[in-house]
Design a protein around this ligand. Sequence first.
Ligand code: GUN
Length: 302
Amino acid sequence: MTAKLIKGTEIREKILNEVEEEVKKIKEEHGVVPGLVTILVGENPASISYVTLKIKTADRLGFNEVQDNQPEDISEEELLALIDKYNKDDAIHGILVQLPLPKHIDEKKILNAIDPDKDVDGFHPVNVGRLMIGGSEVRFPPCTPAGIQEMIVRSGVETEGAEVVVVGRSNIVGKPIANMMIQKGPGANSTVTVVHTRTKDLAGHCKRADILVVAAGVPGLVKPEWIKPGACVIDVGVNRVGEKISEKTGKKVAILKGDVDFDAAKEIAGSITPVPGGVGPMTITMLMKNTLKSLKFRLGIA
Ligand code: GUN
């Protein structure tokens, strides 16, 4: 059996088209567009490429996009003052501080300074709490888990009563996706197990999963014999395992490998996300959706 491929690149296009349509409609009816600021501190190459892609996506959707680049040596006080400025700016509905931040800056302090109603990353403790409560309390689900849930739902995988096993307990993926899948409602209502580095029988738990979400950051961790035949496998891992020359551009590019042994797993799973082109493209997509949602809350139409 060869699994159905769950392509993030295709789902991204559908969602972005939906967002674009809604932005046009809101602009016509209310005369405003979503405003998003991205604060980038320093020149981390991975951060620059993430932010560049975000700007391109926001521009395509007709957002008011503000790119605020700051030097590596900006002080914590200066960065807090910048966040305060955007918290008070009515044209800005989403504030994203690109992580990681330089070591002299307390990341927690910075994230906690963002107005929770503009925290489109969903990292502020208020939004973590809102997510935990669930239902209408939820404002901004964090982007990667929100993307995972969209992929599961849009590929027609049944979540109701499903055994979901999440490998990894990070604040950005493992904990929030587990929390989202246990909630009442469509695309959830699952029975969730979270496994991690101290779990005794990793393979045994994975074998029970109807939906296996792997966010461990260990290339090829999940072996094909850990996968239940027909299961939906979501591979969040993006591990750089080497470099190659791109056939398209002739430039050096990273060789990326997921946390799942894809070639063998696709013969057992019912559906599976590839790496790259699976979960990756969904994160920025959901950031756009959250920014639109923020504007809708402001207008009282969410
Ligand atoms: N750095 C890597 N991924 C992310 C993300 O989703 N949000 C922010 N703010 N920084 C990141």
